[in-house]
Design a protein around this ligand. Sequence first.
Ligand SMILES: *Cc1c(COP(=O)(O)O)cnc(C)c1O
Ligand code: SF4
Length: 330
Amino acid sequence: MITRSTPSVQPVEWGQELKLAYTDPRQLLRDLGIPDNQVALGDGAGFAFRVPRPFASRMRPGDAADPLLRQVLPLAAEAGHAAGFTTDPVADLASRRGAKVLQKYHGRALLMLTGACAINCRYCFRRHYPYAGVSGGNDALLGAVRADATISELILSGGDPLMLRDDALARLIDDIAAIGHVRRLRIHTRLPVTIPSRLTPALIDALTRSRLTSTIVVHINHPNEIDAELHETLRTTARAGIPLLNQSVLLRGINDDPNVLARLSESLFDAAVLPYYIHLLDPVQGAAHFDVDETTARGLARILRDTLPGYLVPRFAREVPGASAKHVIA
Ligand SMILES: *Cc1c(COP(=O)(O)O)cnc(C)c1O
Ligand code: SF4
């Protein structure tokens, strides 16, 4: 059974939770009471195992098929090679404008602030991304944004941008706000999902006092990821005036089920989060065992549209290299 780092009511500071994260899959399996021989573990294929304890505490003890466990467990299947699954599946390397700025779509630029994440999701394209160069100061990045008046929205991304400390983020937000043509700031992050205490009052304050209109896009794939602590944290953030959206990845054996997706949408909305995208898997090498085909995805979307209010149905989308927007398939 997973014991949280402290049973007290005082939440553990998020930096401390990062240090306490599981880094050995066998240790996590032991704590969940799952014998090693129930899962075909691999060696991780060069992508480390990393799971913060608040996320692990939402896994069902004794269940080797748990949908949260499956997102993080390095299986032997990762070593397989599938046709079309590559190390740069969405042609990010072709869209780089300098080491930290990615621009694919009109008006929006994505800033890669760090290569680090609190959790390592096995389906992530990031498992192969060459992050060398995504470090150092932000002067070149800010210069590139200043020089392009068509950019009205900046997306803080990574890795996970909330791996940066609050003081660094607050400085960056101020620097961005000083660029007149930028109106909106969007933060794409999974960190508060894995460590809810990451949504600190200092971060919320830096966002709400800025001239920029801010949104946080979280990344939740399964309703079991939303426990009482995360639910409360998200609602507190929304109450402060920051709109919350969610994006998921459609994952075989985890959320490719209309009941799971409907429950996810309803739990998100209860936590003041609107479903935004469900991404079809990027064909990244080592993740083929998670793939759901487009016909199945369209079928799931149809069922959701037939059963949920329109605002609870996310766009099912796929990233097409070179396209001018994400390709909405349903
Ligand atoms: C997904 C993505 C965006 C944001 O797209 P929206 O449709 O506005 O959410 C922006 N830039 C890049 C590089 C992206 O991959
Ligand atoms: S970028 Fe997102 S999906 Fe990828 S490992 Fe980090 S948290 Fe997981």
